[in-house]
Ligand binder design. Structure first.
Ligand code: ADP
Length: 396
């Protein structure tokens, strides 16, 4: 039995066929540039890899094309025995605190949350609707990026603005990347052979998007992303935390519109805004070459990370584990070393040698005498979604 995991974005659909128990990926693919003159699909499965470019009118055509890819070698998607479909949904608002079986009512509720995530929820929904039409006989499960953070205490998820206005417009901290933080927090406990309820941890998910979380005994108590995925750490193209007064200032003195500011903060900020590149590998090369803008960008990135580590240590009271995950967290030893440098006083000592090793899989990078265990744990959101979908599908 396999679960089809679908991540349907505005102009692309990522999919994976996953065996939920072993984590084996039976097939995966990416449909890109949907609605543009020339679309592209890359697909790989046991028959090998294939790629084709052709116009892909809409999400329905895109998903149909993906399904057709499975039939290239004669086998069809049906023969894989798809037992459930798991859908990544970005915003679950206050409504969804766990993976949920998709019904017409769920679709209506997710649609209502679109005002909170206008770029994400509508294409997520489109993916659900198209996949339900193409695979009507299996359970579909929505897995929400925000769900893991529904446990945040009021003090952590409330913004100090006019309370009535906030309530009317759903303004509060929701947090994102929850599927990853949840999955990694459980992997940490399993890897260390300790009950999740005994472990206080900080998780640093550093990819193109980046977020930190504080997880106390398996329960999330704070996270860096907020009403939207814009708050918190410095990201590839997103600013993370800024003084909200900056927006007022730019509105008044640079005459920028709401759309201009949206574009500035989401696409022209973060590492790219500071030094022109958003890919961490390119950034690291520029830093090594002595580029001053890149060096400052790197310093701002690390400074912000350290601030969150400090804040969450205090929020947790007792800290057992700090874990790095996602593209940068898993692959950039210098970021891990710099983020936790000179914290011996706080019981945090990274071992320079093990930190440099390019091993795959979960591993300890702290020194034997470090009070706090520092780990690298690969995230796997697709597997987490597949497992959640399989669990719910079994109950149907
Ligand atoms: P997404 O948020 O898109 O899922 P990922 O978790 O894949 O992102 O992370 C992408 C980021 O990871 C990019 O900035 C990329 O440069 C960085 N990255 C990937 N591999 C390496 C590496 N070997 N060294 C440094 N950074 C890396």
């Amino acid at each position: 039995m396999a679960v089809l995991v679908i991540n349907s974005g505005s102009s692309s659909i990522k999919y994976q066929l996953v065996e939920p128990e072993t984590g084996d990926v039976l097939a995966s693919g990416l449909v890109e540039r949907i609605g543009e003159a020339e679309g592209r699909i890359t697909h790989s499965d046991r028959a090998g890899e294939s790629e084709s470019t052709e116009p892909i009118a809409d999400h329905r055509a895109g998903l149909q094309l993906a399904f057709d890819m499975f039939s290239r070698d004669g086998a069809s998607l049906a023969e894989f025995g798809v037992s459930a479909v798991g859908h990544r949904v970005v915003h679950g608002g206050k409504v969804f605190s766990r993976p949920t079986l998709v019904t017409d009512d769920v679709i209506t509720e997710v649609g209502k949350l679109s005002s909170l995530a206008p770029l994400h929820n509508p294409p997520n929904l489109l993916g659900i609707e198209v996949a339900r039409a193409l695979l009507p006989d299996v359970p579909h499960v929505a897995v929400f990026d925000t769900a893991f953070f529904r446990t945040l205490p009021r003090a952590a998820n409330t913004y100090a603005i006019d309370a009535k206005l906030a309530e009317e417009h759903g303004v509060q901290r929701y947090g994102f990347h929850g599927t990853s933080h949840h999955y990694v927090s459980e992997q940490v406990a399993e890897f260390l052979g300790r009950p999740l309820s005994d472990v206080n941890q900080i998780i640093l998910h550093l990819g193109n998007g980046a977020s930190a979380s504080a997880v106390q005994g398996g329960v999330a108590i704070d996270t860096s992303m907020g009403l939207t995925p814009l708050e918190g750490l410095v990201m590839g193209t997103r600013s993370g935390d800024i003084d909200p007064g900056i927006l007022l200032h730019l509105r008044r003195s640079a005459g920028m519109t709401v759309d201009d500011l949206d574009e500035l903060l989401n696409r022209r900020s973060g590492l790219r805004g500071l030094c022109g590149v958003n890919d961490f590998r390119e950034l690291s090369e520029l830093v090594s070459a002595g580029d001053q803008h890149a060096t400052l960008a790197y310093e701002v990135y690390v400074h912000r990370l350290r601030k969150y580590v400090g804040a969450y240590m205090v929020a947790l009271g007792r800290l057992d584990v700090i874990t790095f995950t996602a593209g940068v967290g898993e692959n950039a030893p210098h970021v891990r070393a710099d983020a936790l440098a000179d914290l011996e006083e706080f019981g945090i000592v990274v071992d320079p040698e093990t930190n440099q090793r390019r091993d795959k899989g979960a591993r300890i990078i702290s020194a034997p005498d470090s009070k706090v265990t520092v780990l690298v744990v690969p995230t796997n959101e697709e597997l987490a979604i597949a497992r959640a979908a399989a669990t719910l599908a079994n109950d149907v």
